[in-house]
Ligand binder design. Structure first.
Ligand SMILES: NC(=O)c1ccc[n+]([C@@H]2O[C@H](COP(=O)([O-])OP(=O)(O)OC[C@H]3O[C@@H](n4cnc5c(N)ncnc54)[C@H](O)[C@@H]3O)[C@@H](O)[C@H]2O)c1
Length: 278
């Protein structure tokens, strides 16, 4: 397939990321169908989409015509068959659980933040067409996506995903070999490891660590503010899965994350994480 033949995109999983990945592609001219195993999430995604689009118009970022066209290209499917049947590209953005991801049979591109696509490719009949397409949150605005080519991924698939990323207004980074966590999250993890160590061992508060990252290093968001945005539940799941596979004590999820996860304080989406939100 050539990029000009790629017209229909199916996004599986309508949570925080899936709904943005879908709207971003629709905004850039692709016909998109979004589906989630939880019907409530499909409704929530539809409400979010309408609110987001209204906000874009209000702020003068999108014209009314542009918004209406993007909205018209985005469909919320009642079942997976309807979403995936004629898709040229299926992007999987379901929960970060490998067993669940392997069941999403139509996977071509996985938005997983950690799992390399080798871990899911053999669950399909076409491993050559499977790769990582990793967006960053908020996917509607973040410029970069990582395309990660596994040993099973064909050159054609990798090229197609790079072209697709460009078409939806992103700057793709094509990784030559796959490694868990990819580039940006590996960098972030190194920072996060130090940040949570300093807090867990009582050297500084999370607010102070954020202040240092933001004002001394010039990061737009400190590691704790960022975790509130991307989800403490996700941060905990990722660290737990790394710990489960390595068994190394230094990979054990940090206390300051685990406590908030157990208390259901997942960050912005629950109104409270490290910080509190109105
Ligand atoms: N949150 C981030 O900042 C971020 C950034 C980049 C990548 N990711 C990755 O994106 C993926 C989704 O993360 P999220 O933050 O959007 O999570 P989320 O919890 O907001 O959404 C996950 C969705 O998957 C749905 N789901 C679960 N099982 C399903 C199935 N079998 N079929 C269809 N839908 C199913 C759930 O109902 C839920 O709506 C994860 O792989 C994560 O690693 C997240």
């Amino acid at each position: 397939m050539k990029i000009d033949e790629l017209k229909r995109v199916c996004v599986v999983g309508a949570g925080l990321m899936g709904r943005q990945i879908a709207l971003n592609a629709a905004h850039h001219g692709f016909a998109v169908r979004l589906w989630d195993a939880n019907a409530e999430q499909v409704l929530a995604a539809e409400r979010w989409t309408d609110e987001y689009i209204a906000g874009r118009i209000e702020k003068g970022r999108w014209t009314k015509e542009e918004a209406a066209a993007a909205r018209a290209r985005l469909g919320f499917a009642a079942n997976l068959g309807e979403a995936a049947s004629d898709a040229d590209l299926a992007i999987e953005a379901v929960v970060e659980d490998l067993a669940v991801k392997r069941k999403v049979f139509a996977i071509l591109a996985t938005n997983s933040s950690t799992f390399v696509s080798s871990l899911v490719a053999d669950a399909t009949k076409r491993p050559a067409q499977v790769a990582n397409l990793h967006y960053f949150n908020p996917a509607m605005v973040m410029e970069v996506v990582e395309v990660v080519r596994g040993p099973h991924t064909s050159a054609e698939t990798a090229t197609l995903l790079v072209e697709f990323a460009k078409r939806v207004g992103k700057r793709p980074i094509l990784m030559k070999r796959e490694i868990e966590g990819f580039i940006a999250n590996r960098l972030l993890r190194a920072l996060g490891r130090e940040a949570t160590f300093l807090v867990d061992e009582g050297y500084a508060t999370f607010e102070e660590v954020d202040l240092a990252a933001e004002k001394a290093l010039g990061h737009p968001l400190g590691p704790f503010r960022l975790m509130d945005l991307t989800g403490i539940d996700l941060a905990f799941m990722i660290r737990s899965s790394i710990y489960a596979s390595s068994g190394r004590e230094e990979d054990r999820p940090p206390r300051c994350i685990e406590e908030r996860y157990r208390a259901g304080h997942y960050g912005r989406k629950t109104g409270r994480g490290f910080y509190r939100y109105e």
